[in-house]
Design a protein. Structure first.
Length: 268
């Protein structure tokens, strides 16, 4: 098993789900983002999802867009993101990258797969890259041992889900609802059905559910039917809306701990 699959397996053996916490690289600065990600891991996030800021984030809602815009305005670049991953992974945290495809193509697919592995990330989530168009990434990820996570949604056919799972390694990302990211007042009712369809196609593939989770209670609800709970906007808002860096980091620790408690007490 790959590193992240082992982490999922350990959580499953403990009778709980895994918590994936997302933060854009370089938000609001490179050093601040490293400190935020380390704080999230220390407070209970099992995996840190580092998002590479991008100017046209088609899946991201307003919170992640604003945070990414701040990071880009402050000059963060792809090589900075690799340095951030290396710093966070060096603390012992499990790290995965989430990125749109254009920056990877610009960097060079083979070179990026090599440098991502060297930085210590387990692999990559690619929201706008489908397996049908991923031949170069599939080859490079095999060459350097990167996990690859593709997305499925409630609108995916059973045949599409099966095909996508056949190309995933590590885990599959199940988008709990149609639309962009952002915390919601309640968990999507489509999510349990989607997870059941994924498990019918491949019972062994870990399933991470994202889009909409923002509280410990919601995390516990999703942990009742999924292997992983992915949280982004709610965590980023802790920093984005804070009056200063110190209070933002404390809010981030508090919410991370609440979410971690939720996934450790799943509602079944």
């Amino acid at each position: 098993m790959t590193g992240i699959a082992e982490t999922f397996g350990k959580a499953r053996a403990e009778g709980r789900a895994l918590l994936v916490g997302c933060m854009p690289a370089g938000f609001p600065t490179v050093d601040d983002s490293i400190a935020s990600m380390v704080a999230m891991a220390e407070a209970g996030c099992d995996v840190i999802e580092v998002e590479l800021p991008y100017s046209d984030p088609v899946m991201d809602g307003p919170v992640i867009q604003k945070a990414s815009d701040i990071a880009l305005a402050n000059g963060v670049r792809t090589r900075d993101t690799l340095r951030i991953i290396e710093a966070v992974a060096a603390t012992g945290a499990q790290v995965v990258l989430m990125t749109y495809w254009n920056p990877i193509e610009k960097y060079g697919v083979d070179a990026f797969a090599r440098d991502l592995a060297a930085a210590g990330a387990t692999g990559m989530i690619t929201p706008d890259l489908i397996p049908d168009e991923a031949a170069e990434w599939l080859a490079a990820s095999d060459r350097y041992g990167n996990d690859r996570t593709f997305l499925v949604s409630p609108s995916s056919t059973d045949a599409r889900i099966a095909m996508t799972l056949g190309h995933c390694r590590g885990f599959v990302y199940a988008t709990a609802l149609m639309g962009v990211t952002g915390a919601r007042s309640q968990v999507s009712q489509q999510a349990p059905d989607l997870v059941a369809r994924i498990r019918a196609a491949d019972p062994d593939m870990p399933v991470g559910v994202g889009l909409g989770v923002g509280t410990g209670a919601q995390a516990a609800e999703v942990a009742g039917f999924a292997d992983g709970v992915i949280v982004g906007s709610a965590l980023i808002r802790c920093v984005l809306e804070a009056p200063d860096v110190a209070s933002g980091r404390q809010r981030l620790r508090t919410l991370s701990a609440e979410l971690a408690q939720g996934v450790r007490n799943p509602r079944r």
